[in-house]
Design a protein around this ligand. Sequence first.
Ligand code: G3P
Length: 218
Amino acid sequence: MKFFIDTANLDQIKEAQNMGILDGVTTNPSLMAKEGITGHDNILKHYVDICKIVEGDVSAEVIATDFEGMVKEGEALAELNDQIVVKLPMIKDGIKACKYFSDRGIKTNVTLVFSPGQALLAAKAGATYVSPFIGRLDDISTDGLNLIAEIRHIYDNYGFQTEILAASVRHTMHIIDCAKLGADVMTGPLSAIEGLLKHPLTDIGLAKFLEDHKKANQ
Ligand code: G3P
């Protein structure tokens, strides 16, 4: 299972990278805005900065919603670095753009996916990644994790190579559940990743080991 961090915050990306477990980064326009990254040139520079920190794939989202605009923006993004994955919205022109890029060997991530049918279209268009948003489905009292299971089932039926990138992961249990269901990738906040470290018996056990070592070595 690949671990991506879902942020545009360089310090958090560095923190996850320094743990040695990071496989990539996902961003979106909201996450860029949250970090105060505005203006075309600054946004492109920020993607380059992220690529310098991590070795894996970095999803960069287009703003255009028409085919020609998405192609123009996506080509400029892809030229920044081989690590860039062009992130496209799950709309008709987004699917057309996905096919355009996949035919040319440019990696894609189809985002804002909320149904198995949308995921099927993304796979048909040759998407590298499909991003079902599990947290946002949970927010409206719908079972986000069930969507991961449905997509896994459909993709396995036909051997689609599109990787299921569980997005809108909000907490540590989402990561565990996505792993059980066979998501290829999860993207979440640093807090959810660091939550995997925690168990009270680990802390109690470590304190006892150190205490016993100290007593024996006085
Ligand atoms: O990768 C998509 C993700 O950023 C959405 O997360 O928490 O805004 O639903 P959230």
